[in-house]
Write a protein that binds this ligand. Structure first.
Ligand code: C5P
Length: 225
């Protein structure tokens, strides 16, 4: 089974209110993107690692060398466009599976990634890392209108792991039809194919707002020791 990793890293990170895109913020001695790519580079089962970077990105070229399997491809307007561009860049020599992982999630642990891949390949189904919702969830705008039962609620994490062709077809079709796609699983759900939920560590956070930085730096330092 051939497996390629895709890392969407073409966002501008507007919610971070920082001059550089968030994947280039330095935490615990390295940029967030370097932490993420160094983790993925530890997985020998990946044949290439395609990083979707925006065409006007002036930072990627200056990253230190991490691994010879890392290749840059052009990102797109939204995350889903970035992932589809990376998928289409593989069309000449498609892998069996793709492992899509956000640049902004440097804290993922390798054991979780390995479990996701093993369980999906064994079941011959795509799947995602996810964690059970822990908080009480409210629906509303200015006032709470409802408490949402949480026993079947999961928070979707990445990596998300799908057969190459199934994901390429699902994403192309969902984008053509104007479906809102915030992760790979939403495209697969739209074409009514299975998405296995594989429980992963909830500290695999997506660094999004300034208050995530201190926590991420603390956790990265802890992982490095
Ligand atoms: O903005 P958000 O945190 O949801 O982005 C998740 C991931 O998708 C980030 O790693 C970001 O760089 C990436 N992204 C992308 N192309 C875009 C927007 C976001 O690759 N157009």
């Amino acid at each position: 089974q051939t497996i390629t990793a895709i890392v969407p890293a073409a966002g501008v990170g507007s919610r971070m209110q920082h001059s550089a895109p968030k994947q280039y913020i330095e935490l615990a001695g390295k940029t967030i993107l370097e932490h993420t790519l160094s983790k993925l580079a530890e997985l020998n089962e990946l044949n290439t690692i395609r990083v979707a970077v925006s065409d006007d990105d002036g930072y990627f070229a200056d990253l230190p060398h991490i691994d010879k399997r890392i290749e840059r491809v052009s990102g797109g307007k939204e995350r889903a466009d970035s992932v589809l561009n990376a998928l289409l860049s593989l069309a000449d020599n498609p892998p069996d599976w793709v492992l899509v992982h956000d640049a902004a999630r440097p804290l993922v642990c390798l054991a979780d990634i390995q479990r996701l891949m093993t369980e999906c390949i064994a079941a011959n189904e795509g799947g995602i890392l996810a964690s059970k919702v822990k908080d009480t969830i409210k629906r509303g705008h200015t006032h709470s209108e409802q408490t949402v039962p949480r026993d079947d609620l999961w928070q979707a994490l990445t990596p998300q792991f799908f057969p190459y062709q199934a994901l390429t077809d699902a994403l192309s079709s969902a984008l053509k039809n104007g479906v809102t796609i915030t992760d790979e699983a939403s495209a697969i759900e739209w074409v009514k194919q299975p998405v296995k939920l594989v429980a992963g560590r909830s500290d695999n956070i997506k660094i999004t707002t300034p208050e995530d930085l201190d926590l991420a730096a603390f956790l990265l330092q802890k992982q490095q020791n």
